[in-house]
Design a protein around this ligand. Structure first.
Ligand code: SAM
Length: 264
């Protein structure tokens, strides 16, 4: 009898602790500025995201890159305070270190506001590499059926002068080619490349970019496709899958949504 009563007491104590834990988390999230408070805020964000959609997966908190002030100063200046592409920009920047001892220029297909080109230019500012930026500056070309229903012609149009102003600091390192891909590629047909960022969201310009740059990529060079892992860009994924089908290199699909290849 007595031990049964003790057991019930322990159980009810555990039950109250379980009830108190969320209240403690809530309290800390408001009033605790330490790492524990940060973790409490993270736990609430994680639980809340799960309420709406299990696929809004929130991964571990306290990542060091989120504290990289120099990176976020750049990001907020060029992109603003929408952090949706921060992980992709950070990953692109990290990948650049893999090619910094290689010969060849760099390129971006789909410059938009210049935020990714800025990172590429900065990385190679002290070298003789030239960065070649291709964009219609009229937004997307006409999507095909394979591109799904998300995109329309003209989406993502960005003002060329503002893009150039964003890249003013690197004006001696970058050449712009305004026009529909692949029209202007012929102007760089004699060059070789160590890093190419393809970010045009659609099947045809992604395929055309791969067709042009892959044979001009030096061994160890990287082609990074920004749109590979996004449900909104099925055409971009198909283009890379189709193009690489008969090639030696594997496509590396990373959790940021990007996909890349390293030339053998
Ligand atoms: C998603 S934005 C690029 C974002 C940019 N790379 C960044 O990291 O901030 C896509 C860009 O591709 C350009 N674009 C799309 N289709 C194109 C095509 N067929 N020819 C040339 N440019 C194209 C658009 O004008 C737009 O600026």
């Amino acid at each position: 009898m007595d031990s049964d009563w003790q057991g019930k007491k322990v159980l009810s104590l555990r039950g109250s602790m379980r009830l108190l834990r969320p209240l403690n988390t809530l309290y800390k999230s408001f009033f605790d500025n330490s790492e524990e408070g940060n973790y409490a805020r993270f736990r609430i964000a994680e639980k809340t995201a799960g309420l709406w959609d299990q696929k809004f997966t929130v991964t571990e908190c306290a990542k060091v890159w989120l504290e990289d002030q120099e990176f976020f100063d750049y990001y907020e200046k060029l992109v603003g305070n929408n952090y949706r592409s921060a992980d992709r920009k950070f990953f692109l920047n990290s990948l650049l270190s893999l090619v910094d001892s290689l010969p060849g220029d760099t390129s971006e297909c789909g410059v938009y506001n210049g935020a990714s080109s800025w990172l590429i230019c900065k990385k190679f500012a002290e070298t003789d590499k030239v960065h070649h930026g291709f964009d219609s500056f009229q937004g997307l070309s006409i999507p095909l059926d394979i591109d799904g229903a998300h995109w329309h012609k003209g989406d993502l149009k960005f003002n060329e002068d503002i893009a150039k102003a964003n890249l003013e600091k690197y004006k001696d390192k970058i050449k712009f080619y305004k026009g529909w891909i692949p029209e202007k590629f012929a102007e760089v047909s004699s060059k070789e490349f160590c890093f190419v960022h393809i970010d045009v969201d659609l099947y045809q310009p992604t395929l055309d970019s791969l067709g042009f740059f892959y044979p001009r990529l030096v061994a160890g060079g990287i082609i990074l496709c920004d749109d590979y892992g996004f449900k909104t860009c099925p055409g971009a994924k198909k283009a890379l899958d189709d193009f690489m089908k008969d090639k030696k290199e594997k496509i590396i699909h990373v959790p940021t949504g990007q996909g890349f290849i390293v030339k053998k």
